[in-house]
Design a protein around this ligand. Structure first.
Ligand code: ACO
Length: 445
């Protein structure tokens, strides 16, 4: 953290000198921690669009130029040369592993791939149509109850085991929740398979028939997980940090992150993209008329998979995914009409002044769903795939919160805009029109 410069804020005839903090990529930020104590002012930033909630050493994004780096390594290089588990290790522990460290981490992932046999019954408590993200969140908390050791974030050995345990079991829970949703028996993990292939095995094998995934399919799935592994202070990661700041345990914080990710404006968007494309395909609606609707504020329709809070030029993950999408579909010999619609939507939107002016570009979700569809992942599992990918990032952020010296519980302030102080009025003296309740609505009929 570089310091030295200051910013001056003038308010009611007084000057307030505020320190400027500069990050390692030269991003300046005004440190307002003492502002309220000195001036009585707080800052208002609805949606935290311009608020640095923490200092972090995990992931760097430059939204203006489309840069994404995990621990300094460009996402393009990692996508080409690394794999999900190695990149997960990098995110969680800060450095790429040596061969021995990677082997040890892979062994830990294998050792912890089972969930406690008693937990199999927990799946029976969910209705068949329960969303797998609801099951995932609930089961992460449930599995956490079976972990008697408290994770020591600063103890390398205990933390490594905890990280591997969570990453490994999440994948088993995810596949089991899918099997539950289709009324099929859960499939045990296979010790001889690496992480992603093992997951696909648990998803698609049957008790009488092993699924042997095409290496291209494994590579594509692994790439999707890698590209989702971290994205600094997004909604779900901020949730994990927020919950973690209360010193909640790793499992509880990650379960909360899953719930945040489920939202359609966040991780749920990949499911929404396929639903949007399928709807356009089924209705025969033209791409042009859909774009007109997406621009109309009254239509309640958005071009899903477009736009990003941070990327205002392009999402580097979307570029990588688009290429992979073409390659996988070609390799598998699949012609997907939804891919054609997606490409036309992209072309049309990128020429349209509405999208150009607002700097709206395809995000990672725009093409990832098409790959997952080609692999055979059901649409309601798309966000679960995102969650499996995001686990290393959440673990890294949870640990960063726990190991930051003097870290405080997260507690934003607000600008109150409600009623000013008033006195309680006994019910028989209240003359204003009360909000309509169910009983008053029934009575008036
Ligand atoms: N389609 C049509 N219009 C859009 C879209 C879209 N996908 N996204 C933003 N806009 C418009 C807004 O209506 C707004 O217009 P206005 O200035 O005339 O009012 C303007 O662009 C800015 O939009 P905001 O909602 O203020 O942008 P914000 O940064 O808050 O939201 C978000 C970003 C949520 C990603 C938004 O672009 C969106 O809803 N996209 C579709 C959902 C999606 O793909 N989400 C995935 C995000 S990536 C991820 O989580 C992995």
């Amino acid at each position: 953290m570089a310091m030295g410069e200051t910013a001056i804020l003038q308010y009611r005839g007084k000057n307030y000198e505020l320190p400027v903090v500069v990050g390692t990529e030269n991003e300046p930020a005004i440190d307002i921690r003492q502002l309220r104590a000195q001036s009585g002012l707080i800052t208002l930033d609805d949606g935290y669009g311009n608020t640095g909630a923490c200092e972090s050493a995990i992931t760097f994004i430059d939204g203006e130029t489309g840069v994404l780096r995990y621990r300094g390594y460009p996402i393009e290089e990692l996508a080409e040369k690394s794999n999900f588990i190695e990149s997960a290790y990098l995110l969680i522990f800060g450095e790429l592993p040596s061969a021995a460290q990677l082997k040890e981490f892979r062994k830990l992932l294998s050792d912890h791939e089972f969930i406690h046999e008693d937990l199999r019954h927990n799946f029976e408590g969910f209705p068949p149509n329960a969303h797998p993200m609801a099951i995932l969140s609930a089961m992460i908390n449930a599995v956490g109850c079976f972990q008697s050791q408290v994770v020591q974030p600063s103890d390398a050995e205990s933390f490594t085991v905890a990280a591997a345990r969570l990453m490994s079991k999440v994948r088993t829970i995810a596949a089991a929740s899918y099997k539950k949703s289709i009324g099929r028996p859960m499939i045990y993990p296979r010790h001889d398979l690496y992480y992603t292939a093992n997951f696909l095995h648990m998803m698609f094998s049957k008790p009488y028939q092993n699924y042997e995934p095409d290496p291209e399919v494994v590579r594509a799935m692994d790439l999707i997980l890698l590209l989702h592994a971290d994205h600094e202070q997004n909604c779900s990661t901020s949730t994990v940090r927020m919950v973690g700041s209360a010193r909640a345990n790793l499992w509880a914080a990650v379960a909360a992150g899953v719930c945040a990710l489920w939202g359609p404006l966040h991780g749920g968007a990949n499911q929404e993209v396929i639903e949007m494309l399928s709807q356009i395909h089924a209705s025969g609606q033209s791409v042009e008329s859909f774009i007109i609707k997406a621009k109309d504020k009254h239509s309640n329709t958005r071009l899903m998979g477009f736009g990003h809070r941070v990327y205002k030029n392009f999402d580097p993950r979307a570029r990588i995914i688009k290429q992979a999408c073409d390659a996988v579909l070609k390799k598998l010999g699949i012609h997907d009409p939804l891919l054609e619609i997606a490409k036309k939507l992209e072309e049309t939107a990128l020429r349209d002044p509405y999208f150009i002016e607002r700097k709206l570009y395809p995000n990672v979700d725009f093409y990832s769903g098409i790959i997952m569809r080609a692999i055979g992942i059901p649409v309601n599992m798309f966000t679960v795939m995102f969650a499996i990918g995001r686990i290393p990032g959440w673990i890294a952020h949870w640990r960063e919160v726990q190991t930051t010296p003097n870290a405080r519980i997260n507690r934003p302030r607000q600008v109150y805009q409600g009623a000013v102080q008033r006195s309680y009025v006994p019910i028989e003296q209240r003359e204003w029109a009360a909000p309509q309740t169910l009983s008053s609505a029934t009575a008036s009929r």
